[in-house]
Design a binder for this molecule. Structure first.
Ligand code: SDX
Length: 429
């Protein structure tokens, strides 16, 4: 391979394929002409070595444990900014000035209400439905309520749909929670900031005043920043693929939400807390470490491992700090789940199996303890992940739609099924 070219020998033929360098990170070999020149496809299930697109939004260095949003380290954004500032950065590529931030906050705040008939839409769900099932349904239903922002060829409609999605996700998530616990929906209050508004919509009741705890609101706002985007993960790739067909943004975000729900992805925060509850005590940890290492046991340490991070997930470190902050604020001195989590991490990180396979805690390992302490039921954890990730999905969808070279995504396959054969009448089978 040379700096700008690579060669591939196939059946005696030598093919030149351009190497494209990014601003940072791995270069790519452009194989777009491989099929037309060789009649062959590449084969990479799980896309472990495949770049699906060019992007300028988020950069991850899995070996170094680095995460940048538009070039800014996640640690600095989580420390100094708020979630809507991160939303502005992901959407437009630069940190906002004070007046841009004020205008953006104003616009998001005034899109937080949902169409009143959506409240009736919720009535169709069973009360014991999983909040993520309700979220997938209600986000998809947005296409049925906001026809005036589904034409993706119109930049103004794309902008309105983007603002609506970011602004209404907290309202929909709070409604999904309230519906499952049989409490009345709480309308958003424009006088509150984004995350305080969400906390109030979740935990206020008509019977009394609700006072937002600023420490918890700041902690949850930081958790949203940590979850906002993460390069071409499974749910973001789902949103891009759905969007490549020209589907409207609400349908694309509903598809991304459905994908995020899986326990290998965003559903891991719910699964990680359930795992800690199942382990129960520090004494039980060795048994579960052995299960995680047993090839014949499907059990995995939820909240551990990552396709890209082969070092500590930088978000997990900030998450762990936030966990202690929230537990201290709530006066929770010794949370047995936290004791189990800390000891489980200590043992796993000193075990050769986890060291060799470079398995470290990921963002989902500590988030559940924090969210549970804040009063969220386990079933709401992934809905909160989806709330925060919506801006990342929208930013990536926007980047794809605005890319003049974008085409419908249509992967091929290695076919190992039956060659052509003739139909046999049933009497002769
Ligand atoms: C998220 O992609 C993203 O960016 C996602 C995300 C985002 O912000 O969008 O970061 C959010 O989804 C975080 C990941 C949350 N998922 C979990 O915590 C579930 C538990 N983790 C695993 O299921 C797994 O680690 C994955 C799914 C996260 C990654 O899977 P990979 O990259 O396909 O790795 P693998 O399954 O091939 O595992 C490699 C080896 C295997 O052993 P061998 O077959 O090589 O012998 O490591 C083992 C696995 O058995 N392994 C684990 C393990 N994770 C991997 N063994 C025990 N416990 C685990 N958690």
């Amino acid at each position: 391979m040379t700096g700008s070219n690579s060669q591939l020998n196939v059946d005696g033929k030598t093919l030149d394929m351009a190497i494209r360098k990014g601003s940072i990170g791995p270069s790519v070999i452009d194989i777009a002409k491989l099929y037309s020149q060789t009649g062959m496809f590449t084969y990479d299930p799980g896309f472990t070595s495949t770049a699906s697109c060019e992007s300028q939004i988020t950069y991850i260095d899995g070996d170094e444990g680095v995460l940048l949003y538009r070039g800014y380290p996640i640690e600095q954004l989580a420390e100094h900014g708020d979630f809507l500032e991160t939303c502005y950065l992901l959407l437009y590529g630069e940190l906002p000035t004070a007046s841009q931030k004020a205008d953006f906050d104003y616009r998001v705040t005034r899109h937080t209400m949902v169409h009143e008939q959506m409240a009736r839409f919720f009535q169709g769900f069973r009360r014991d439905a999983h909040p993520m099932a309700v979220m997938v349904g209600s986000i998809g239903a947005m296409s049925a309520f906001y026809h005036d922002s589904t034409d993706i060829s119109d930049p103004h409609q794309r902008m309105v749909a983007s603002m609506r999605m970011i602004a209404k996700m907290p309202t929909l998530a709070a409604m999904a929670y309230k519906y499952t616990i049989g409490q009345p929906f709480v309308y958003p209050l424009n006088s509150l900031d984004y995350t305080s508004n969400f906390l109030r919509m979740c935990f206020a009741v008509p019977a009394e005043e609700y006072k937002v705890n600023p420490v918890l609101s700041r902690a949850l706002d930081r958790i949203f920043i940590l979850h906002a985007d993460h390069e071409q993960n499974a749910s973001t790739s789902t949103v891009r693929l759905a969007g490549s067909s020209g589907a409207n943004p609400f349908a694309c975000i509903a598809a991304g939400t459905a994908c995020l729900w899986g326990p290998a992805h965003g559903g891991a925060n719910e699964a990680a807390l359930q795992m800690l509850q199942e382990i129960g005590t520090v004494e039980n940890i060795p048994k579960y470490i052995a299960k995680a290492k047993d090839k014949n046991d499907p059990f995995r340490l939820m909240g551990f491992g990552h396709r890209v991070y082969k070092n500590y997930d930088p978000r997990a470190k900030i998450m762990q700090k936030t966990t202690h902050e929230v537990l201290n604020e709530l006066g929770i001195k010794d949370d047995p789940l936290l004791d189990v989590a800390i000891e489980l991490e200590r043992i796993a990180l000193s075990d050769s199996y986890f060291i060799e396979k470079k398995l470290y805690p990921n963002i989902d390992f500590y988030s559940g303890i924090t969210l549970k302490a804040m009063g969220f039921p386990t079933s709401m954890f992934t809905a909160l992940f989806a709330l925060a990730r919506t801006v990342g999905w929208i930013a990536q969808w926007k980047e794809m739609i605005e890319d003049p070279s974008q085409r419908i995504g249509r992967p091929r396959q290695l076919y190992t099924g039956s060659p052509q054969r003739d139909y046999t009448p049933i009497g002769r089978r």
